[in-house]
Write a protein that binds this ligand. Structure first.
Ligand code: PLP
Length: 389
C-alpha cells in the first residue's frame, strides 16, 4: 500500500491521550456498575423540543438541497445578531461564517491565519483538540500555562515571553474548558494590547459565552481588536445542540470571505434543514436561558458541598460546564487520585494533567448530571478525600 500523508498521521500523536479513566469508567458503566460519570462534557438532556420541531418542519417544507457555501442568509443573519450580543461589537451577516460545530470554526480560524511553519501561542489549560488543529495546519505552537495560583487567569507577560518573530496568532478560551475560569477584563486587555503591539491575530474561543453568569466579556470589543479577532462560536452548549454540529466564526469580512473557499473544499455547504432549525433556535433563543440557569444552579449546588472540604480547593469554576478542584492536599498525583476515586467510589472525573501542566494536581468535574447525582458525587468525593491514604 502507498504511504499515508505525514501531516495527518501527526495530528494525534500515538500513546496516552489522557482519556483513559473516562473510557474505563464508561466501559464499566455499560457493564452495569453504578458509576457516576462526570468525566465528559455532553448535556444529559435532549435538544429543546421547539428546535427539534423546527427541524422536522424544515424537512417537510423541502429544505433538502445544496445551500450557499458560507451558510444560508437567514442563519448568517441570526448568527450575526448573536455575535453582536456575544461580543458587544455590531456584527453583519458578511462577518459570520457558518461551520459544522465550533471545532470547524476553530479549524477555519487556524487555517485562515497560519501558514506552514508559522507560530502561535496557545493558552493552557485548553480544550483537547487545540494541538491537533495546529498540527493539521503544519503550524508550530507554544503552550503558555495560566497558573492555578492565579485562578487560571492568563498572564500577558508569559504570553509575550513566548512570542517569536514568526508568531501570527494567540488562542484563548473564555469561559474556559477545562478550568471554568472566566478571563478578567484586565487579563483580556493585556492580551489585546499585546496583539495590537505585535500585530497578531487573536483566536478567541467563546463557545461557553452563555454559561458565564451573564457577564461575558469578548476581546473583540476591546480597542483595536475588531479587525484582528476571530471568535469561535457554537450552538452545542448554549442551545443544547451538541450532535447537530452547528457553529460559526465571526471576524473581519475579508477573512470570512477568504474562508468560504475552505467550505468549498470541505463541506460544500451544510445541511439545509439543520440550518433552518438553527436559525429559528437563534432567533427565538430556544433553551438558552433554561440551559444557562441549569448550569449556574448545578455549579452552585456542587460547589456549596465541595467548598466545605478542608483538603479540596476550588479554582476557576466560574462558568462553563466544569469545575476544577485542587486535590494536591489529598494526593499530588491527580491521575492516581482519579483512578483510586473510580475504584473506591465509582466516580469518574478527568485528571487535570490531561489538560496540561498547570492543571496537574487538579480534577475536572463535569456538571452534565442533575442536582441529585451531583450531590451524590459530592458525598462520594468527601468520603474518599477524608479517608484517603
Ligand atoms: N471549544 C471548546 C472550548 C469546547 O469545549 C468545545 C467542545 O466541547 C468546542 C470548542 C467544540 O465545540 P463543538 O461541539 O461545537 O464542535
Amino acid at each position: 500500500m502507498p504511504t499515508s500523508s505525514k501531516r495527518l498521521s501527526g495530528i494525534i500523536p500515538s500513546g496516552k491521550d489522557g482519556w483513559e479513566v473516562h473510557f474505563e469508567a464508561w466501559k464499566r458503566k455499560e457493564a452495569g456498575e453504578p458509576i457516576i460519570v462526570l468525566s465528559v462534557g455532553d448535556h444529559d438532556f435532549d435538544t429543546p423540543g421547539e428546535t427539534v420541531e423546527a427541524c422536522v418542519a424544515a424537512l417537510r417544507t423541502g429544505h433538502h438541497h445544496y445551500t450557499q457555501l458560507p451558510g444560508v442568509p437567514r442563519l448568517r443573519e441570526a448568527m450575526a445578531r448573536a455575535s453582536t450580543r456575544c461580543t458587544g461589537v455590531e456584527t453583519s451577516a458578511a462577518e459570520a461564517l457558518v461551520t459544522p460545530g465550533g471545532q470547524l470554526a476553530l479549524y477555519a480560524a487556524v487555517q485562515g491565519t497560519l501558514d506552514r511553519g508559522d507560530h502561535a501561542v496557545v493558552v493552557a489549560p485548553y480544550y483537547a483538540t487545540y494541538p491537533g488543529t495546529f498540527r493539521a495546519a503544519e503550524a508550530d505552537f507554544t503552550v503558555v500555562e495560566a497558573e492555578a495560583a492565579d485562578g487560571f487567569q492568563p498572564r500577558a507577560e508569559a504570553i509575550e515571553a513566548a512570542l517569536k518573530p514568526n508568531t501570527r496568532a494567540i488562542l484563548i478560551n473564555t469561559p474556559n474548558n477545562p478550568t471554568g475560569a472566566i478571563y478578567s477584563r484586565e487579563s483580556l486587555e493585556a492580551i489585546a494590547e499585546l496583539c495590537v503591539r505585535h500585530d497578531l491575530w487573536l483566536l478567541s474561543d467563546e463557545v461557553y459565552w452563555t454559561l458565564g453568569g451573564g457577564h461575558h466579556i469578548s476581546p473583540r470589543a476591546l480597542p483595536g481588536m475588531a479587525e484582528r479577532t476571530l471568535v469561535i462560536n457554537s450552538m452545542s452548549k448554549s442551545h443544547g445542540m451538541t450532535g447537530w454540529r452547528m457553529g460559526w466564526l465571526t471576524g473581519p469580512e475579508s477573512m470570512i470571505s477568504l474562508l468560504v473557499s475552505l467550505n468549498l473544499v470541505t463541506t460544500y455547504g451544510l445541511t439545509g434543514f439543520i440550518q433552518q432549525a438553527a436559525a429559528e433556535a437563534l432567533e427565538n433563543d430556544y433553551g438558552v436561558k433554561q440551559i444557562a440557569d441549569t448550569y449556574n444552579g448545578r455549579r452552585k449546588v456542587f460547589l456549596d458541598e465541595v467548598r466545605g472540604l478542608n483538603n479540596v480547593t476550588v479554582r476557576g469554576s466560574e462558568g462553563g460546564m466544569y469545575v476544577m478542584l485542587d486535590i494536591r492536599a489529598v494526593e499530588p498525583d491527580c491521575e492516581k487520585f482519579a483512578w483510586a476515586l473510580l475504584e473506591a467510589e465509582k466516580l469518574a472525573v478527568m485528571p487535570g494533567s490531561s489538560f496540561g501542566d498547570a492543571a496537574a494536581g487538579h480534577i475536572r468535574v463535569s456538571l452534565c448530571q442533575p442536582d441529585d447525582v451531583l450531590l451524590e458525587a459530592a458525598t462520594r468525593l468527601r468520603r474518599f478525600a477524608s479517608s484517603y491514604r
